[in-house]
Design a protein around this ligand. Structure first.
Ligand code: SAH
Ligand code: DHB
Ligand code: MG
Length: 227
């Protein structure tokens, strides 16, 4: 047994847990197709995907919004938590990623539930706000990190009292501590944290993670405002 906090040990534990979470074959197929299409290997891990699924289920979510689709791996996990008449809208800027994701979603039998929207999230979110009259129960923010504060504001607009908002990649190997950072991703995460500290419309926490995604973390925020 490895004595300490090595990346190899974290990877081995993640692989061990990965066998326990019962990812179905459509999830493995989605990763394979994404790799084959040359997409970067930056999807959530199987254990993180299962956590998204569990949170969406506990939430009783019927409507999910995702910002940052990639090949649809996290999308499929969350969509599997929805009832047959549920709806998941996911936004992706890269048409190639979106095409791969659509293929993976259809192959997973979720084509009727999932709507992959192509475009810059800050352009698509106002359209979604116009089109979708019913708030989202669960929102996963996982696109470009400098725009996390703006995506979080949109998540608040598109949610209801009791909605859950999850934001990925908010620890960034500990770089989040650097108040003087000129890294746009770190600045974005720190602005989110300033909002969370002050904003009484939400109550939130951040969990640090290690594993096949390195040292990172995610924020979970519950919308508590009245509306
Ligand atoms: N949620 C996915 C991973 C998303 S990776 C999963 O866990 O399976 C981040 C994705 O966000 C990439 O596909 C990238 O193309 C997309 N993206 C980056 N900037 C964006 C923007 N401004 N609008 C929409 N999508 C964006
Ligand atoms: C990157 C994006 C992610 O959402 C992630 O979980 C890991 C890495 C990236 O853009 O490098
Ligand atoms: Mg991510």
């Amino acid at each position: 047994m490895d004595s300490g906090n090595s990346q190899e040990l974290w990877n081995a534990v993640d692989e061990y847990i990965g066998d326990v979470v019962r990812a179905d074959s459509s999830l493995a197929a989605a990763l394979e197709a994404s790799t084959a299409a040359g997409l970067p290997a930056i999807a959530v891990s199987p254990s993180q995907g299962k956590l998204l699924y569990l949170m969406a289920r506990v939430q009783g979510a019927r409507r999910v919004l995702e910002v940052g689709t990639l090949g649809g791996y996290s999308t499929i996990w969350m969509a599997q938590a929805l009832p047959a008449d549920g709806r998941l809208v996911t936004i992706e800027i890269d048409p190639k990623h979106a095409e791969v994701a659509r293929g993976n979603v259809v192959a997973a039998g979720l084509g009727d539930i999932v709507d992959v929207r192509v475009g810059r999230a800050l352009d698509v979110l106002p359209k979604i706000a116009e089109e979708e009259r019913v708030p989202f129960d669960f929102i996963f923010i996982d696109a470009d990190k400098q725009n996390i504060p703006a995506y979080f504001e949109w998540a608040l607009k598109l949610s209801r009292n009791g909605s859950l908002i999850v934001v990925d990649n908010v620890v960034r190997n500990g770089d989040v501590l650097d108040a003087a950072s000129d890294d746009a991703s770190v600045i974005g995460v720190r602005r989110l944290n300033s909002m969370l500290e002050a904003d009484t419309r939400v109550t939130a926490t951040t969990i640090q993670t290690v594993g096949i995604k390195g040292y990172d973390g995610f924020t979970v925020a519950l919308v508590t405002r009245d509306n």
